[in-house]
Design a binder for this molecule. Sequence first.
Ligand code: ADP
Ligand code: MG
Ligand code: ZN
Length: 498
Amino acid sequence: MTATAERAGGVLERYEAVIGIEIHCQLRTVSKMFCACSTQYDGAAPNTHCCPTCLGLPGALPVINRAAVEHVIATGLAIGASIPARTQWERKNYFYPDLPKGYQISQYAIPLAANGRLAIETSAGLFTVDITRAHLEEDTAKLAHGDVVPGSTAGRTTLVDFNRSGAPLMEIVTEPCIRTAEQARRYAEELQLVLRAIGVSDADMERGQMRVEANVSLRVRGTQPFGTRVEVKNMNSFRSVERAIAFEIERQAAALDAGEPLWMETRGWDDGRQATYHMRSKETSEDYRYFPEPDLPPLRVDEAWIEAVRAGLPELPAARRERYVAAGITPYDAAVIVADPGMTGAFEAISAAAASLPAKEIANFVSGMHARAAKSAGINDRGTAGASDPASIAVLLSAIADGSIGRPIGRDLLDRHLADGTPAADLLATVASTISDDAALLGHIDAVIAANPKAVADHRAGKPVAGFFVGQVMRATGGAADAAKVTALVRQRLDAEG
Ligand code: ADP
Ligand code: MG
Ligand code: ZN
């Protein structure tokens, strides 16, 4: 146990943590939330993906992006939430340079999805996170804080890039039902898998496509009322989500123990210092003066639309893990494979091409291949190493499993296939020509005879040793030799020995 965990253990005897998670994720759409500007602005020059609407110019009117709405409906269905028949848009007002209109179009009173849940596996067992809501809104512009602009006489400056302004954003909020930093991390990880599986977001934390904020408070164990909460942001990995919450629990416990008051504040996570720091005092929702968006009518969502989205949902990660476990894979391996799209793709493709192979064997192969390929050839878009392909891998694994090639040779062929992508048929053909080739077989046979003078003497004494030599030759060729031919050649050679 680390020193941190030990101290947290002590703290947690006195206090219980109450944690609620808010996650913003960028939705995978072609255009922005309320205008036709492209969302492909990553790496583009600043302010090249903007129009009057996403710049908030007077008179520009918003138009709802249907795909973004469907993404939130899909997310809602994936987490078992209910979708209202009618929802609406509200203006969330605040003044900041990244918000050109002075308000963000969001959903407040009636979110597009409500009352969902997500089950997660933790070191203490299964835990279900209650999800309050998922709603749709628009992203802000990006601020770049610099020291000086070249050619400018000003001091410190802040530049605004509106490319991200108005990009579709989904906010998913949990109930204050989470009790440990680990549960929070596992929730974020599982949600990422779901969002990726249903294709609504790339949800990459490092790239800011998925931003996790944790609300953390403590209460004395055994008491009901919640304590003062602190919002923590700027965690750019799952690891930092867990660490930031653990840090915050300790910091608040120390403050409470010392009789220092806590206040509603927003704190940032400093990954370098492994600590949270004060950013600003927290706004309350009244400060935002929410009111219905006059430029957009309420949105009606009929049953047929919901059912069409439901029909398009793929298998969800939890269902996939269950299916793998039912097929004979350990829960641990199932989790590892399902957590990695490449491994999942390879596992599915190899399974489809090798119906009679035990799932466990495919799972072992896939995880081994990925572990090795990560260090060398890399993983291709078929989910396999280097230039290899699932169909060839299936053929080779099947040939090993049904005994038509021996394991050592089979392994060698798999390695060659993974290294350069030579098709399985070609590899098997080279093996077949070697092993049925008399000269090659005689080479092996002579080597075995030379290495076993005692068996040769036994033969001279009239003992039946042909089977022993055939076995040795089969071993030396990795089981790839033509056994009938080897038997005939061994007899011929032994007879020559007299
Ligand atoms: P805001 O509008 O300030 O974001 P919300 O009411 O939407 O506030 O709550 C944000 C998150 O904080 C939710 O996930 C909620 O579960 C969580 N939360 C609310 N109260 C507490 C508390 N006392 N301690 C920890 N988390 C809390
Ligand atoms: Mg919030
Ligand atoms: Zn625009």
